[in-house]
Design a protein around this ligand. Structure first.
Ligand code: HEM
Length: 455
């Protein structure tokens, strides 16, 4: 691939056509797996489930992330070697550190989430007027993540001017995407605004870190555990890990290692779900019936999981609008991926040390060979019979699977449940198609302009 490809890619990014560009590049090769030389590196591209499995499950010895995230300096102005950016023993240490928070019963207790969803619903107009849900979901995610990850919410839903960390993170994430894309040419990236935003976010996180260390000291001195303002014991992510990480810089690395992949993720999933529902009134009707049939029982984690159609709707949104486009790995020793090579396209593909692997879940999730001729349609009913394996991996798979996947689906399901308890219909207020604008993942350029009809 020459400069014309580089130009076409950056042009597609600038014109918000990156998803179409992915599709066109694969179509031009006429294959689901292909290789190319790009900016001096050999690249392997695939949208085959078998290759996704191999890439995701054999990372310990053949595939790695550190060389393409930290080793080349792509993310280092913002983040060092945390759970999402290291391999080997450092990754294992980090994963073990963060795991207890995500495994905990905590997020399955919906009390804390309820406050944030109440606040979200209070911002939805009840007179049927138009609202763009995308900025509301963004502020909602900033509020829940500062609450759950750092122990104190910025409450930007009530105080929109407090959403500056979100805006700075947009600058950071956009810069990180570009830097990841530039790879060994990362030195060309000199955007002053990116470096300034990194600095402001570091200061923002350091204030939380100092407070946690201060409270740990009080705990040590008095024997009393720290509590929130409501008297409940602290149990947020930062608090869970702070006592194990006495070095503030390392603690910030572990914090950003989780905060980067949590940015603009659940909010995008929720935006996409409402976007799709607003265009499918028949799905809203069916889903609302399931929700009303649930009755006045308290909404619990297991109660939510018992609602099949709600799960189908969330799955179908993940399938059509994956928040994370690709699994990307550096190959650190010569090996092969199981399929896509040779004249038949069924032989293994050779992967040499130093090659960069890309498995494309956007194309895989929309592949008619895997999902049938209506693969491009939003049809939750397909999940009545779908038995997905490696062809449906919104959260990745294997040892590096997103540790937050249960939490994310619970949060999204709970918010949709509560919205449809309060509103009987969702109407689209524009007829713009889904147009992906890329930061680290894709979000909808046109927002989610809808009206909610009160029950
Ligand atoms: C719609 C929401 C989300 C989606 C679709 C998603 C998807 C993913 C994917 C595809 C990966 C990469 C897996 C791999 O490399 O094989 C990942 C990793 C990760 N995600 Fe998520 N994620 C979401 C939300 C979150 C949230 C809210 C958090 C934290 C609160 C989070 C924390 C992480 C972490 C720490 C990793 C790195 C895991 C590792 O490398 O061991 N994610 N996520």
């Amino acid at each position: 691939m020459g400069l014309d490809y580089v130009y076409a890619m950056f042009q597609a990014l600038a014109e918000n056509r990156f998803l179409e560009f992915n599709r066109e590049t694969y179509a031009a090769r006429g294959s689901k797996s292909w290789t190319a030389i790009f900016m001096g590196n050999r690249m392997v591209y695939s949208s085959e489930p078998e290759n996704m499995k191999a890439l995701s499950t054999s990372h310990r010895d053949a595939f790695a992330v550190e060389p393409i995230r930290v080793g080349n300096g792509a993310i280092t102005p913002f983040q060092g070697r945390g759970v999402s950016s290291s391999d080997g023993p450092k990754w294992q240490y980090s994963r073990d550190l963060v795991k207890p928070y995500f495994d905990r019963e905590g997020f399955s207790n919906l009390d804390r989430l309820r406050t944030h969803v109440d606040r979200l619903i209070s911002k939805i107009p009840t007179d049927g007027s138009m609202v763009d849900m995308q900025p509301l979901f963004r502020r909602w995610l900033l509020d829940t993540s500062t609450d759950f990850l750092f122990g104190r919410t910025v409450n930007s839903l009530d105080n929109p001017d407090q959403d500056w960390p979100y805006r700075d993170m947009v600058t950071v994430m956009r810069g990180l995407r570009l830097r990841l894309q530039l790879s060994s040419f990362v030195f060309l990236h000199r955007d002053k605004e990116f470096f300034a935003a990194c600095k402001r976010i570091h200061g923002f996180l350091d204030a939380y870190i100092e407070e946690a260390y201060r409270q740990l000291q009080v705990e040590k001195d008095t024997g009393k555990s720290a509590t929130y303002e409501n008297g409940k014991p602290r149990d947020d992510f930062l608090w869970t890990i702070a006592r194990h990480v006495p070095d503030p810089l390392e603690l910030r690395t572990q914090l950003t290692g989780v905060w980067i992949p949590s940015n603009e993720t659940t909010s995008i999933l929720m935006s996409n779900t409402i976007f799709a529902l607003a265009r499918h009134p028949e799905v809203v009707k069916k889903l609302r019936k399931e929700i009303l049939d649930y009755g006045d029982k308290p909404v619990t984690f297991s109660g939510l999981r018992s609602l099949n159609y709600l799960r189908y709707v969330v799955n179908e949104t993940h399938r059509l609008y994956p928040v994370s486009l690709q699994t990307v790995r550096a190959c650190v020793r010569d090996t092969t991926l199981p399929t896509g090579g040779g004249p038949s396209g069924k032989d293994p593909i050779f992967c040499g040390k130093g090659d960069i692997m890309h498995c494309n879940r956007f194309l895989m999730h929309r592949d008619p060979d895997l999902w049938g001729p209506d693969a491009e349609e939003f049809r939750p009913e397909r999940w009545e019979t779908a038995r997905p394996m490696w062809n449906f991996v919104p959260f990745g798979g294997g040892p590096r699977i997103c540790p937050a996947h249960v939490m994310v689906d619970t949060e999204c399901s709970y918010a949709v449940f509560r919205i449809l308890q309060n509103f009987k219909a969702i109407e689209a207020r524009d007829d713009e198609p889904y147009t992906a604008v890329m930061r680290v993942g894709p979000s909808n350029k046109n927002g989610v302009k809808v009206a909610f009809i009160p029950a």
